[in-house]
Design a protein around this ligand. Sequence first.
Ligand SMILES: O=C[C@H](O)[C@H](O)[C@H](O)COP(=O)(O)O
Length: 238
Amino acid sequence: MSQDTLKRLVSQAAADYILTRIPEGAVIGIGTGSTVNYLIDALASHKVFNARYHGAVSSSNATTARLKMHGIKVLDLNDIETLPVYIDGADEINHHGHMIKGGGGALTREKIIAQVAEIFICIADASKRVNTLGHFALPVEIIPLARAALSRKFLALGGRPVLRTTANGAPYLTDNGNQIIDVHGLQITDPVTLEAKINSWPGVVTVGLFAKRPANLCLLASATGIEMIEYGPCPQAS
Ligand SMILES: O=C[C@H](O)[C@H](O)[C@H](O)COP(=O)(O)O
């Protein structure tokens, strides 16, 4: 089964999960990426989303555009007091629900919304599950002025920092107008400590480690079906 097929299957399962478990009137937090694109399509195909829910909070311009294309109401996080669930993909997820995210560049808005949500549901194909995070380069959104100084710090950590660029070689810019350094070659054995450390460096906007706020639940698709992995409540999320 292709990775794309698995992404589609897990997204359909996630849409069913939301529609059967999340109470009417709720706002749903929606992440970013190819897996989430399938989720948005699956939610829209059920036709009842708008009647059942107050709307969605979006983690990127791309997600906002897709939600709107389907006629799903997009709300501003600033107008929301509670968010029962945030659902998003991941680039890697370990056995504690810690994730690397930001392959699609949306890590900052994703982390802001995830922090507000009561429950974080990760949807992924089984290739994303790892024992140790770091095979996927760690994305870090940065203020451009800090690029060289931060690159030296990532080198000192044992990583290989690479500025993310577009197809024409220009620096990639996030929805927030910042740049991204992808740090290759890290073996992240203590994600909670590394997240706090990188976050404390001036010029870092967001590190794409989601360890302080891990997933509570992961729907993981493989050739044998959809596995539902629970990591338990997240004390930091309250
Ligand atoms: O910035 C993007 C997000 O963190 C995505 O959730 C992550 O990159 C996974 O994306 P995909 O579902 O396309 O593999």
